[in-house]
Design a protein around this ligand. Structure first.
Ligand code: MSP
Length: 640
């Protein structure tokens, strides 16, 4: 089979500006496109805007402008938002474009010629928000369940598409191709619509007397095309159906991404339209859940709608992509919360991945002047085991992510990242250096560098910018992708000096978000300050870890201070501690204590101290007692 991949998002209505729900779908499509490109596919990504219909007509009227002017403006905002977010779509289709209108008319004519369109009379309950008629069964208390609006009964003469004719065929197709609509719950939803009562025919026109903003039917110029029949066709019109090269190349590999709100048009209208017009079906319909948020936080009247670009400027593009792709389990709803964004950035990106990179590159600078060391065959330092773990994580990641299960896939890569941090703790390169075991040190560092390179490569569809920084710092030129060579961990050039990358993922203080909230909640904040209490976010800024004392010496000229060497789990460092009157230096090595690891370095008695030990005393004059930790708690474990 050809390695071809074509991914689409819904084309968004231009009656409102982009919000985080649209951003999620578009980020997911961008990720899937890049992932497949990385895997060697010829990959194509389409998004765009849906511009016809009642809804846009009404919005334009409310803004005192024409539908076309209104659509131009909002469509431009969508396109620019995606560009500014670095989303790399290949094409942006607008349904008011000539190239689209022409294909819609062509397909309508085909369906008409095949005898699947008839003229008839129709009465039904119409929801402008959904742009469709509702059956009585679908309504809740006479209202549209999605828009909570009383539905008007409309009766008019219109054209109908014989959708019912394809009911049996579609049911069989979905049953025989269980992946056609995924995940399963949405396939079942469509099957239950199909297996319930008889499918009604689809009303596909609107009389121009009621609505003129649309595509005129090719066989009756008194009518425009129903917006869904028009919009769905974007997926082929953008490819240049029927003769375009892109159409021939990409169409049958199509992967549609939508949310659960528009399953029926995509799962029922669209396949039956394709069948009737004699086009092959799309590959899969991939349905995700909804991002739900606190109503108060998203209400327009409060003026605090979360805009995708604000998120990116506040947290960073890679960080936001990571949050969205990691946090939503495909098919389920997820909760949008900025606190969770901060946690994901701090724990997964800064602590796990960022720390791994920083520790490794700092040690490389210290021990090898920043240059890629040789791999010493006599000292493999678990090279085969690391390779095996990398392979299993990478394969899991690729297979889950390819099936749109990004969260599960990313978690598999993080298992590997966390293993690498443990690997450092286990081999303690600083100790190998001290013991003069250069060959072992070389192999350990080389294993780490190769692993980091592979991780950066594999995550590049998600961490687009940070991966590029890392990869270009580690290698002169980007490699052609070949999974086997990435998994072989033999990508780097011995002796090449790795460039500085800085802090890839700075830790964030939730306080920033808390402060924002504080504006709405000033009284609460004041009270907290009055009582001398701190927010949990303030506490979370302090990085307290279990450290092991390696060495302790008195400092000449001071009767209070000791100079300690400690293993913090991150590194080996010097601490100047005021405990000389309470402890003999000889009694200290081997003790596990608590270290404030992210304190700014301070010069004490002409010596630099990198952190502070925690000790306690009841009264001023008492001697400080070190807070000791049981030996079973691992060095480097973080207090939380
Ligand atoms: N114009 C139609 C689609 C036509 S496709 C041929 C439409 N547009 S829309 O602007 O309402 O976009 C709906 C889509 O936006 C959803 O299917 C989903 O992709 C995305 N989302 C909108 N709100 C969302 C959430 N709260 N959560 C997740 N995705 C959401 O329907």
């Amino acid at each position: 089979m050809d390695k071809v991949f074509y991914v689409t998002t819904p084309i968004y209505y231009v009656n409102a500006e982009p919000h985080i729900g649209h951003a999620y779908t578009t980020i997911l499509a961008d990720f899937m496109c890049r992932l497949h490109r990385m895997l060697g596919y010829d990959s194509y990504f389409l998004t765009g805007t849906d511009e016809h219909g009642d809804k846009i007509n009404i919005a334009a009227r409310d803004h005192g402008t024409t539908p076309q002017e209104y659509a131009d403006r909002i469509s431009g905002i969508f396109k620019k938002t995606w560009e500014d977010m670095g989303l790399d779509f290949n094409d942006f289709i607008r349904t008011s474009e000539q190239r689209h209108e022409q294909v819609v008319r062509e397909i309508l004519q085909k369906v008409y010629d095949s005898g699947d369109i008839y003229f008839g009379s129709y009465g039904g309950y119409y929801c402008v928000g959904c742009e469709r008629f509702f059956t009585e069964k679908e309504m809740v208390d006479g209202k549209c369940p999605d828009h909570d609006r009383k539905l008007d009964y409309i009766e008019e003469k219109n054209y109908f598409f014989k959708m019912s004719k394809y009911q049996g065929w579609l049911t069989d197709h979905i049953t025989a191709n269980p992946d056609f609509i995924r995940p399963e719950r949405y396939r079942n939803e469509v099957l239950s619509m199909l297996r319930g009562e008889a499918l009604e025919d689809l009303c596909i026109s609107r009389p121009k007397t009621r609505l003129s903003w649309g595509i005129t039917l090719p066989f009756d110029e008194n009518f425009v095309t129903y917006v869904w029949f028009d919009a769905l066709i974007n997926y082929v019109s953008a490819l240049g159906y029927p003769d375009g090269e892109k159409y021939k190349k990409y169409w049958s590999s199509a992967q549609h991404i939508i949310a659960k709100d528009i399953v029926k048009p995509h799962g029922i209208f669209w396949p039956t339209m394709l069948k009737s017009a004699g086009l092959p079906l799309y590959g899969n319909l991939n349905v995700h859940g909804y991002w739900n948020m606190d109503e108060a936080k998203m209400s327009k009247s409060l003026g605090n709608v979360v805009r995708p670009l604000d998120l990116v400027s506040r947290y960073g593009g890679d960080q936001i992509r990571y949050f969205f792709l990691r946090e939503m389990t495909f098919g389920n709803d997820a909760r949008f919360s900025e606190d969770v964004i901060v946690d994901r950035i701090n724990y997964d990106l800064a602590n796990d991945l960022g720390n791994l990179v920083n520790r490794t590159l700092n040690m490389l600078n210290k021990f090898f002047d920043g240059k890629v060391p040789a791999f010493e065959p006599g000292e493999p330092a678990d090279r085969d085991e690391i390779r095996k773990r990398l392979r299993s994580s990478a394969e899991g990641y690729i297979s889950f992510a390819s099936a749109f299960q990004t969260s599960l896939g990313i978690e598999r890569m993080w298992e590997f990242v966390r293993h690498l941090n443990k690997y450092i703790d286990q081999y303690k390169p600083w100790q190998l250096s001290k013991e003069g075991r250069t060959a072992a040190l070389s192999s350990v560092m080389r294993n780490l560098l190769e692993s980091i390179y592979s991780v950066a490569f594999l995550l590049s569809p998600m961490l687009v910018n940070s991966s590029a920084v890392l990869m270009s710092a580690m290698r002169r030129s980007a490699a052609e992708f070949d999974l086997e060579s990435i998994l072989s961990m033999e990508q780097l050039e011995e002796g090449y000096r790795i460039k500085e990358v800085g802090i890839l993922f700075p830790r964030l203080e939730k306080a920033a978000a808390a402060e924002e909230e504080g504006k709405n909640d000033g009284a609460k904040k004041e009270k907290t300050m009055e009582e001398g209490l701190v927010d949990i976010q303030d506490f979370a800024k302090i990085d307290i870890r279990v450290a092991k004392i390696l060495k302790a010496e008195r400092i000449e000229g001071s009767d209070k201070l000791l100079e300690l060497q400690v293993d913090s789990g991150l590194d080996e460092r010097t601490i100047i501690a005021g405990i000389a009157q309470a402890y003999d230096p000889e009694s200290l090595p081997g003790k596990k204590i608590l270290l404030v690891a992210n304190l700014k370095p301070a010069v004490i008695f002409k010596k630099k101290s990198f952190g502070m030990l925690l000790a306690a005393k009841k009264d001023r004059g008492d001697r400080p007692v070190l807070i000791e930790v049981h030996e079973s708690v691992p060095t480097g474990a973080r207090l939380s």
